[in-house]
Design a protein around this ligand. Structure first.
Ligand SMILES: *Cc1c(COP(=O)(O)O)cnc(C)c1O
Length: 359
């Protein structure tokens, strides 16, 4: 092994050793007294999202496979958050980094990539894969390819992956084995890790996919047609894909719920009143599906716990999900979903079916 690779692996491990784990937050839902809700807060990583874990895993995977060497240009196709986290690790290892990102990615994410010394290369959403491959061969660089490698770069048995961390933090709760974990998918890497960990640990927990509008994952989960496509891209940054990604593993998922975008945005706005902080859009998608499951459990008289994720914070989305003019321009009306969510939280009223879509 080259001395540089040795130093690079040590640098990533030392960075990890200096890092703290993310919090598991318990959120009171007065209308649902028998079901405890926990939020794994992934917004507190140094680069602000759950992609910090993925970037660390992808760099270690690339280094240990002999794909990344001193001076290798790192290239990634990303809608933003992965590129921000990879730019952080590229800078740690002093490697050049290029993010191939769709036009229209939020300016905050672009400046975060550039803050860590990365360069942004803008293309049409459907061209990010081909262009990344082309750039990698032109520059003799390494294409990280999160959509292929996310599911295998992370050690699903443990090694402080997100699932192990969640289950250990639940250990002293009233219901330490959650009835459900609810999570949306971008690469599908996080649902793959959680689903495999549940089986490996022989937990009775079930895994629910929360999918936004304009995504193929829920449909693929239902009918297993790998060629399913949608034309528009998802409005909820980080989740929902126009094609089935190789890292998305439907066999470890027990159920899929499709959440309307208006309900997603209403959820993070109501959440701000409960937590006094703003969270990203995918957190809203996760929450609507979670609240649907909690409401069903409460109606059946079932006690237990449910876990979902805060994937990133809301400060990156002040010009979109938190901007009334942007919401109106999208043709979305938040009044009805907000009222329905408030009624669920206060009195346990079941969420109306108009917050959900059919896959
Ligand atoms: C990537 C991402 C997700 C989904 O995580 P995957 O492990 O890629 O499926 C959810 N929310 C945000 C903000 C993301 O960036």
């Amino acid at each position: 092994m080259s001395p540089w690779i040795h130093r690079a692996v040590q640098a990533i491990n030392a960075d990890f050793n200096r890092s703290a784990d993310t919090h598991l937050i318990k959120l009171d839902i007065p209308g649902c007294p028998d079901v405890d809700l926990y939020l794994k807060d992934e917004s507190t990583h140094p680069t602000g999202s759950l992609k910090h874990r993925l970037a660390r895993s992808l760099f270690l995977y690339g280094l240990c496979n002999g794909w990344i060497h001193e001076g290798t240009t790192i290239i990634e196709s990303s809608s933003g958050s992965t590129a921000v986290s990879e730019a952080y690790f590229a800078r740690l290892l002093r490697l050049p980094f290029i993010a191939v990102i769709p036009k229209g990615t939020s300016p905050k994410k672009i400046s975060a990539i550039e803050f860590y010394g990365g360069r942004c290369h803008f293309v049409e959403p459907m061209e990010i894969y081909e262009e990344s491959r082309r750039l990698a061969s032109e520059l003799n660089g390494h294409y990280m390819d999160q959509f292929t490698f996310a599911e295998r770069a992370t050690d699903w048995r443990g090694n402080n992956n997100i699932a192990e961390s969640m289950f250990e933090q639940l250990a002293k709760e009233q219901h330490p084995d959650p009835s459900w974990v609810v999570m949306s998918a971008g690469t599908g890497g996080t649902t793959a890790t959680i689903g495999r960990y549940i089986r490996y640990g022989c937990h009775h927990t079930k895994l629910c996919l929360a999918d936004p509008e304009n995504s193929v994952f829920a449909a693929f989960f239902e009918n297993r047609n790998p060629d399913v496509k949608v034309r528009c891209s998802s409005r909820i940054e980080g989740i929902g894909r126009p094609r089935v990604e190789p890292s998305f593993k439907p066999d470890v998922i027990d159920r899929a719920i499709v959440v309307k975008d208006a309900a997603t945005i209403a959820a993070i706005r109501v959440l701000e009143k409960l937590m006094n902080r703003k969270c990203g859009g995918s957190t809203g998608t996760n929450l609507i599906a979670t609240w649907q499951i909690m409401s069903e459990m409460q109606q059946r008289g079932e006690a237990g716990s449910v876990v979902t994720l805060i994937c990133d914070a809301g400060d990156r989305y002040l010009e979109t999900y938190y901007d009334d003019a942007w919401v109106a321009k999208q043709g979305l009306d938040l009044k009805e979903p907000e009222a329905a969510i408030e009624a669920f939280i206060a009195k346990g009223s079941p969420l109306p079916s108009c917050l959900l879509a059919v896959s």
